[in-house]
Design a protein around this ligand. Structure first.
Ligand code: ADP
Length: 759
């Protein structure tokens, strides 16, 4: 292709995605993936969840104007995809067993008229001969196989019916086949290529890191407290809590409800109706918290899930990646917390043994499952950056030293000094109790506790009695788990004479290496923080909205919910959170300006532009907020600094050099320029100008600030602060009957405290 032709193609593509999706540009791999579709080559595209796979086959279908057939594993998934495309003004239809015969014949007639750009079908439907006959009557140039890993039994969602897709190659020899998956292991990739018979496919593998996700792994100490802590950080935001078993789902849901947390349960033991009600409540944002087994997930397209919490270890890193991948699909920051315990491995092992016996699976399948489980266990107990560990597991390299987005790199989990000595004390205790006891008893001996078991076995006589008495029970339990993870101890199910199986801890070859100091271990414990200090940073605030913007954002969300109810569609199909945040921050003054917002294309502009635009305009006027705040003075978030598959936050236009700008603002304040005039001069938001003014006050400590806040307002704010305290601004704002803007309150408090500190 000539260079100009190429440029034209990209221009055409960009015009298409801007018009229909409201995106300003393609992500790097999308461009290559789309070109392979347009060139009629086969392809395999591996991108993490949220990486933007759908656009790779949807954009060419819209550009070419013929029909692309998309194979999708779940009917519920198809419905959402079809609705989502229609909301963007693209003709899409589904053809499956959920429809009546007359509905299907209506779809057939649209297909034959050439009116369907994207046709979603199940794998069973696609291999049927009647359907082939139908497709032969129209021009099909592309088959897109979504969730293509379902074809591989090396993967974690094997679907036998996917195997038949190979027939496509013979039945439609001239049509290119494109496979899309988020599962990245080499073996699965090769299997997909072979099973689908892809011919010299273009293989595109994206970056598996999801920089907008913050990973945390903690040992399970007090489940309810830990769940409430994470959910509490995300009140009014969507979250999924995964449990290993149905019973745990039911119990945790009931306990959360008792604690006034509105949660709904989802697992395969519920009726189809109950499940679909729960799914619907979650998608329509009527319910924000779902407690579920892995049955909940495929087809859950809610893009603003802000946290995924695992109350136990999943059975493989592939599962973990898939499940945590449901967080932050809108590209905004989200949190993934895994709570694990050594007993999770034993639980999974017994589940796998049972299933392999019931289904008389071959031993290689069981061995493979155990390998996956051990990898997962190593990750949970590991001491390296979680982003690095995940990315490397998927065969990629991780650039950079500190991800700033996991418990290890954030310093929330720290290495214990003298780990080898502690390990030796634990191991020798295991040896002294003759490897006949579980972790609980070993901990009691090491802590020098006077328990019934210790008295019964005279273990207070052992030399290891009380050797770790200064340490927490939970820490020692974690260390035992970590030593198992590092191969220096082993769990064993011991069969007693009574026929009872009990879990015991025993030594192995690795233990002796540690005892003989031939090898070192690393032990971790959670960082202890002084009381009152927040336990973690607020991950919800990665693209910080100031107080006014947050109020507007919530109003926009309410409008979105209302429109979704009216249109009987899911709220995210109207706009996703990233779009609403940008609307709240930029506040475009008119419809044309709205087109510059991520996620607003022509169709959505026509359909929703007026209502959202009016709300933004009225709110901005009522609160004295600047409109068209396109040059935002916000530091890019951490996720934006690192390469991200997600929409980057709006970057400041015509940015003055930071230092230069600071000096200029400082000078303006020194000359007594009002905040409004500084805003005009610098094009910065009121909040940012107020922040600069606060910094000026801190540094210069002027005797009076009446150039910016009049005397009576100053006195009112100080009086209100005396009544309700200065810890938070909102109570002062409310005390003053919302008559003084937040910025002024902040400036007064800054001055008041500076002056007080001086005297
Ligand atoms: P996947 O199928 O890989 O999980 P999706 O196709 O659902 O991912 O896309 C994830 C999110 O990224 C969606 O919200 C989508 O609208 C958005 N997206 C996709 N491509 C782009 C792009 N080029 N620019 C901005 N946003 C995009």
């Amino acid at each position: 292709m000539q260079a100009t032709e190429k440029d034209e193609l990209i221009e055409q593509l960009e015009a298409t995605i801007s018009r229909y999706w409201g995106f300003s540009k393609l992500r790097p791999l999308q461009e290559a993936a789309i070109k392979s579709v347009l060139a009629g080559e086969d392809s395999l595209v591996v991108l993490p969840t949220g990486g933007g796979k759908s656009l790779c086959y949807q954009a060419p279908a819209v550009m070419r104007g013929d029909t692309t057939v998309v194979v999708s594993p779940l009917i519920s998934l198809m419905k959402d995809q079809v609705d989502g495309l229609r909301a963007c003004g693209i003709s899409a239809m589904q053809y499956n067993s959920s429809q009546t015969a007359s509905e299907r014949s209506a779809v057939e007639s649209e297909i034959l008229k050439g009116n369907v750009r994207l046709l979603f079908v199940s794998p069973e439907r696609l291999v049927g001969t009647d359907f082939h006959r139908l497709l032969r009557q129209i021009k099909v140039s592309t088959f897109a196989i979504d969730e293509a890993h379902c074809i591989s039994h090396w993967g974690h969602d094997f679907r036998p019916e996917y195997r038949q897709l190979r027939l496509l190659r013979d039945s439609f020899p001239g049509v290119s086949v494109h496979a899309y998956t988020a599962t990245a292991t080499e073996q699965v990739r090769e299997d997909i290529i072979q099973q689908l018979g892809l011919k010299n496919p273009v293989v595109l593998v994206g970056n598996f890191d999801r920089p907008n996700l913050t990973y945390r792994v903690h040992s399970r100490r007090d489940l309810l407290k830990q769940v409430l802590e994470v959910a509490g950080r995300h009140s009014n935001e969507a979250g999924i809590v995964y449990c290993i078993r149905r019973k745990e789902v039911d119990e945790l849901t009931a306990t959360l409800k008792k604690n006034k947390v509105n949660a709904m349960a989802y697992h395969a033991g519920l009726t189809a109706e109950e499940r679909s009600q729960t799914q619907e409540a979650f998608l329509s944002e009527q319910c924000d918290l779902i407690v579920a087994t892995v049955a909940f997930g495929m087809g859950i397209d809610r893009s603003n899930v802000r946290f995924v919490l695992h109350t136990g270890m999943p059975k493989s890193l592939e599962h973990y990646q898939q499940e945590t991948g449901r967080a932050g699909r809108d590209g905004l920051e989200a949190e993934c917390t895994l709570l694990y315990s050594g007993s999770d491995v034993l639980l999974w092992k017994s589940i796998m043994e049972k299933s392999s016996m019931e289904q008389s699976e071959d031993t290689t399948f069981f061995d493979r499952s155990m390998d996956h489980l051990n990898e997962m266990s190593r990750y949970s107990r590991g001491a390296v950056c979680r982003h690095r560990a995940l990315v490397e597991y998927f065969g990629q390299t991780f650039d950079g030293e500190n991800c700033a987005a996991c418990d290890i790199c954030l310093g929330e989990t720290v290495s214990v000094d003298g780990a080898d000595t502690i390990a030796q004390k634990i191991l020798s205790c295991v040896a002294r109790v003759k490897a006949a006891f579980g972790a609980g008893h070993i901990i009691s001996v090491l802590r020098g506790e006077n328990t019934e078991g210790v008295r019964k076995w005279h273990h207070d006589q052992l030399s290891t009695f009380g050797l770790l008495k200064e340490h927490d029970k939970a820490d020692i339990r974690d260390w035992i788990d970590q030593l198992v993870g590092q191969g220096a101890l082993e769990h064993e199910d011991r069969l007693l004479d009574s026929g009872l199986r009990v879990p015991v801890i025993r030594l192995n070859a690795g233990s002796w290496k540690v005892m003989r100091k031939e090898t070192s271990v690393r032990l971790l414990r959670p960082m202890r923080r002084p009381k009152g200090e927040s336990k973690s940073r607020d991950t919800t605030n990665s693209l910080p909205l100031d107080v006014d913007e947050k109020v507007l954002f919530e109003e926009l969300r309410a409008l979105r919910r209302l429109i979704a109810q009216e249109k009987k569609c899911q709220p995210y199909m109207v706009f996703n959170d990233a779009t609403l945040r940008e609307l709240a921050r930029v506040r475009p003054s008119g419809l044309q300006k709205m087109l510059k917002i991520h996620g607003i294309g022509q169709t959505k502009l026509q359909e929703f532009g007026d209502r959202f635009g009016t709300l933004v305009y009225d709110h901005a006027r009522a609160h004295g907020l600047k409109l068209d705040n396109f040059s935002i003075d916000s530091a890019p978030s951490r996720s934006a600094q690192r390469q991200s598959p997600s929409p980057a936050p709006t970057q400041p236009e015509n940015k003055m050099a930071l230092k230069e700008r600071k000096e200029c603002i400082r000078k303006l304040f020194k000359d007594g320029t009002s905040i409004d005039d500084v805003m005009k001069e610098t094009e910065l938001s009121r909040t940012t100008c107020a922040e600069h003014l606060c910094a000026f006050i801190r540094e210069e400590a002027p005797t009076s600030i009446h150039a910016w806040v009049d005397e009576s307002t100053y006195d009112k704010v100080v009086a209100a602060a005396n009544t309700v305290g200065i810890a938070r601004l909102k109570p002062i704002y409310v005390q003053l009957a919302e008559s003084v803007p937040y910025e002024e309150i902040r400036v007064v408090l800054e001055h008041f405290q500076t002056v007080q500190a001086k005297f």
